[in-house]
Write a protein that binds this ligand. Structure first.
Ligand code: 5GP
Length: 270
């Protein structure tokens, strides 16, 4: 844990250390300095592409979206200017869209252009994947071919553990881990219905997406993490044209440009 002083000095990363525990760019309070008075927060978690800060309110955290993009469990790693901003804004729009439709999410507000204020949760250590069209790992690990329609959609669970390469879990293993999967499946399918309706209207196929969930300190379940083309596949309707992180994974194009297009379209439809 790192505590910052009110001098607003930007911490210097230790030299030669790749995964240094500091935000990659000036932290949000530095960027917003002068616009608004903030208490300088304390960084509590440095994730791969997001940094979580504590706030004055114990039940709230600030999640800053970094300009970093990784793939293949950190094998590919780049800094792309504007990526944190666009992922933060898309996530905010989609969390608000889902909240308006009765889904409980961790999102509270958007105090700056790349950090959102969220409910503090205890995150369940599984990644919940929903698939409408076959792509990615399901194609690599089965004989199902890319582009096959999956109707009704399926929900799968993967262990959230990079050191073990996020393995696919069986329902029994999820249960043995002490996780009640039914509410996660129900909410995920509900999220899928709402997101599919929106993206269909926008002219995109929602191929698949990854969700994370957590409990607040009253034991209530909330949708957490991020909702952006970093954790979903979006193809232009009826085609294989990608507007998601596969562009980066496969060196096929500029993700910031693609994500900005999604944000622009979202603003036209919401
Ligand atoms: P797959 O299982 O095909 O690799 O991924 C299915 C969907 O979940 C894709 O939209 C992919 O972007 C997302 N996803 C899976 N694992 C991760 C992850 O560790 N991080 C992020 N950001 N997205 C993931």
């Amino acid at each position: 844990m790192i505590s910052h002083t009110t001098s607003h000095s930007n911490p210097t990363p230790p030299s030669g250390k790749k995964d240094y525990p500091y935000p990659l760019y000036a932290p949000w309070w530095k960027v917003e300095e002068g616009k608004k008075k903030f208490t300088v927060p304390i960084e509590i978690i440095q994730g791969k592409v997001k940094t979580v800060f504590s706030t004055d309110t114990p039940e709230e955290v600030l999640i800053q979206y970094e300009d970093r993009v990784t793939a293949g469990n950190g094998e590919k790693d780049a800094i792309l200017k504007g990526k944190g901003n666009v992922c933060c804004l898309i996530s905010a729009v989609l969390f608000e869209y889902l909240q308006d439709r009765g889904i409980r999410t961790h999102y509270l507000s958007l105090p700056t252009w790349r950090a959102m204020s969220c409910k503090k949760l205890s995150i369940i250590p599984v990644e919940v994947i929903c698939r409408n069209i076959a792509a990615g790992s399901i194609v690599k690990t089965t004989n199902i071919t890319q582009g096959t329609l999956i109707n009704p959609p399926i929900v799968e669970f993967f262990l959230k553990d990079d050191s073990r390469n996020d393995p696919l879990l069986t329902p029994d293993r999820v249960r043995l881990m002490g996780i009640n999967s039914q509410p996660l499946i129900d909410i995920t399918l509900d999220v899928n219905n709402h997101l599919q309706a929106l993206f269909t209207l926008m002219g995109f196929d929602l191929v698949d997406f990854k969700l994370e969930y957590g409990y607040d300190n009253h034991g209530d379940l909330f949708l957490a993490d991020e909702l952006s083309p970093d954790n979903m596949r979006l193809w232009k309707k009826g085609t294989l044209e990608k507007f998601d992180k596969d562009l980066f994974r496969n060196d096929e194009g500029d993700i910031v440009k693609a994500y900005k297009h999604i944000l622009k379209e979202l603003r036209r439809f919401i």
